[in-house]
Ligand binder design. Structure first.
Ligand SMILES: [Fe+2]
Ligand SMILES: [Fe+2]
Length: 358
């Protein structure tokens, strides 16, 4: 059995309002970018494709989807102990990352409105979707007598600056990995309804189509910018972002193994499936994808996760700082070594196979 991090009782800002989790490398980030550069982006090469994606976003297929039905109206005290804490943690993390998407898209749409109306409309539609997703998750938290103060979160979180190119790579990946995470969970629970302990999961099928459409928009945007896929630098960046997203995913899934086990999902299988599918999908947008079938690929990622769990254990212990430092050092070096070796693995050229997969 996989050992995850122990969940502690939620810390409160005020009664019923949960204090946001401490920011680490693995918690969802809040981004800002160079808004002027996005406003000036030349998208003419892919205008037709972008128009079509915006048309889809405008159609707002899920406008009646996020309505809480009768099944929510009951006490959820039956979900208790470890399972309750693990589920609250899942809700909070998901709500924060949906909300982070909302803030970025809203700001992009506001700042480029007059200069790039097509992109501004797309960002505004995506902000609409992410606000719904975050709001729906926050209402689910209220069923557990907690909520996230999203206004406080907006003001208190650190914002990371990413140039537009990095935003396009990372948001594309996070939308597509989000799609696969939701749909794989949904399909599993469809087959194993005995594990469906809360109605939220039933909403994931249509919900993930929003993420899929957001990903398609970023794919069109990425392909409209040749410098993001047509040279050796783009290939190196693509490998870097794919590996970063997959490594972060592995670490967070194993840290929260008990949540996945609570819905009958094997965390290892889930991680492999999500990464495999996201990597395959990325071949439609990225110049290269990773060779996830290489025998060392998941082995090394899982070694990084073992190191990460040991690092957290050391950080949470009451040993003296200097002891902690020397215990952590070999684990950090080992993780860096595994990541470097993974980065060096020969990637798969996606440009040459694109025609057959799209
Ligand atoms: Fe979302
Ligand atoms: Fe999204």
């Amino acid at each position: 059995m996989i050992k995850s991090l122990p969940n502690s009782e939620p810390e409160l800002l005020k009664p019923g309002v949960k204090a946001p989790v401490k920011e680490t490398l693995l918690t969802p980030r809040f981004y800002i970018t160079d808004f002027d550069a996005v406003a000036q982006m030349d998208i003419s090469a892919h205008n037709t494709e972008l128009q079509a994606v915006v048309e889809e976003l405008r159609a707002d297929y899920n406008r009646h989807h996020f309505v809480r039905d009768e099944e929510f109206k009951q006490s959820w005290d039956c979900i208790d102990g470890e399972k309750r804490l693990a589920f609250i943690d899942f809700l909070e993390r998901s709500c924060t990352s949906e909300f982070s998407g909302f803030l970025l898209f809203k700001e992009l749409s506001r700042r480029i409105k007059d200069r790039n109306p097509l992109l501004a409309e797309a960002f505004s539609c995506m902000a609409r979707d992410e606000a719904r997703h975050a709001g729906f998750l926050n209402k689910a938290m209220a069923d557990f007598n907690l909520s996230l103060d999203l206004g406080y979160l907006t003001k208190s979180r650190t914002y990371t600056f990413f140039p537009p190119e990095w935003i396009i790579y990372t948001v594309y990946l996070s939308e597509k990995i989000g799609y696969w995470r939701y749909i794989i969970m949904y399909r599993h629970l469809e087959k194993h309804p005995e594990n469906l302990f809360y109605p939220l999961f039933r909403y994931f099928e249509s919900w993930c189509q929003d993420e899929n459409r957001h990903g398609d928009f970023f794919k069109a945007l990425l392909r409209s910018q040749p410098q993001l896929w047509n040279d050796w630098k783009a290939r190196l960046w693509a490998r870097f972002f794919l590996l970063s997203v997959f490594a972060t995913h592995t670490l967070t899934v194993f840290e929260r193994a008990n949540f996945y086990q609570s819905i009958g999902i094997d965390p290892r299988d889930y991680n492999i499936q999500v990464i495999d599918k996201t990597n395959e999908t990325s071949a439609r947008a990225f110049p290269v994808i990773l060779n996830v079938n290489h025998p060392e690929f998941f082995e090394r990622l899982e070694k990084c996760s073992e190191n990460n769990l040991k690092l957290s254990e050391i950080a949470n212990s009451d040993r003296p700082q200097v002891v902690k430092f020397f215990q952590k050092l070999p684990l950090i070096l080992s993780t860096v070594g595994h990541l470097l070796k993974l980065y060096m693995l020969k990637p798969i050229d996606a440009e040459s196979v694109r025609e057959t997969v799209s």
